[in-house]
Design a protein around this ligand. Sequence first.
Ligand SMILES: [Fe+2]
Ligand SMILES: [Fe+2]
Length: 443
Amino acid sequence: MIHNAEVSYIPKKYHEAVCNWRDLYLPDYDLLMNNWDRFFPKDRPFQLCAYRSCNGCAVIEAGDNKGDPKYTRAAQMSEPQADTLLKAVKAQASTEFGSIQQHQLTLARAQDEQDQFWILRMMAEELRHGYQMFSLLLDDDWKSVSSHSGEDMVEEILAMRTGTHVLGAFNVDFDSFMDSIVFCAFIDRVGKYQLSMQKISSYQPMAQSMPPMLTEEAFHLAAGVVPLRRWVQKAAKDGDALITMPMIQRTINKWFPRALDMFGDERGGGTFVKFGFKPMKNAEAAGQYRDEVAQVIRDLNVRFVRARVPELSRKDAQRIVDEKEPGHGFDPEELLYVPDVKFFRRRGPHAYQQNDIDGEPIENKSEFQRRIRGYLSDVYAAGRDFGGYLKLIDRIAAGELTPPEAVPMLPNLSRVGGVCPCSKAVRWVNGNGNGEPADPGEG
Ligand SMILES: [Fe+2]
Ligand SMILES: [Fe+2]
């Protein structure tokens, strides 16, 4: 439910471009609309529009210009400020559209109809978040910091595919519906942190965009955590459960390092604070996120233990989980855990270090590659994302690259379309006319 917010739409041409994109990457949208009342009878139907909260602080809340009136136009900011903000808006837009492309791969494989419709609703809301970011790009004049027109920027973002998005987590293919669920529980949680921080943005249109997005983001977290609770309880009770604790753990191992990478290098983030865009630097935000993930995992473990040994009180189950106490009819090794922050990183001070899941270094490259495979699902370990990671590890071990040089090299999938300003990868009229996405090499 979006309360106390103004509704607006981007110009018709762009609105239609988003609808065309939706027809390609979210073909079940009509199914969602037709079943909305069945699954979400208490919630206002979804609407593709931008919302701006009417409330909010009128003065800058952090950074060098704290206390000054917030900026309502890009032209009121310094060039470096506007440039930093524009990049952040474009990156945010890329994540919104990117996650829909990822979920689309596995949506049909949901084990449960309700889970499927929750994911579908989440995808529609991500589309609205992308639309919201477009409204920021199109409602203002960014000429002072960008040679690209609004049209170019929208086109560039709509042309991105899994493998060409701005942030690593959005370039990783989903292998199963479990990815959809774990992604919502852990990667959308990063989104929640970023949006919460941007609620104080010195750029008022950004700050006012955040409260309605956060309301939706809370649903996305639930779309991940609620099925996970059910799965761990089933895994505890039913020896034939399709989803086991080790399977969930391996999926967490795939996504948690990407979530930490999304906060940016732990040594950075000062510029955002200085410019009044966020109240916290990267390390502080990532640390809070890590602690919150630990709480989520602890709660899942407590539910697992109580499902396995129903006579235990919550308090006793918490103690057993915290102390990994043996002798209660299950192996404490079955419990879920949070990988160390030094594990499988691609950004920050631990990028491309050969560490095990507890953060301990493994000197030998072959031994490291064998061990890291063991922490991940076979399907993921056989995929292009992990393959690209191992190639970089090889090159670092061979002395061809340093870890900092490797950081910007992923995604290493060739960038296609969109990024070139002369590309017309996204037609304002649907693709190549046969229902397929336009060839990104065209134009
Ligand atoms: Fe979002
Ligand atoms: Fe989300």
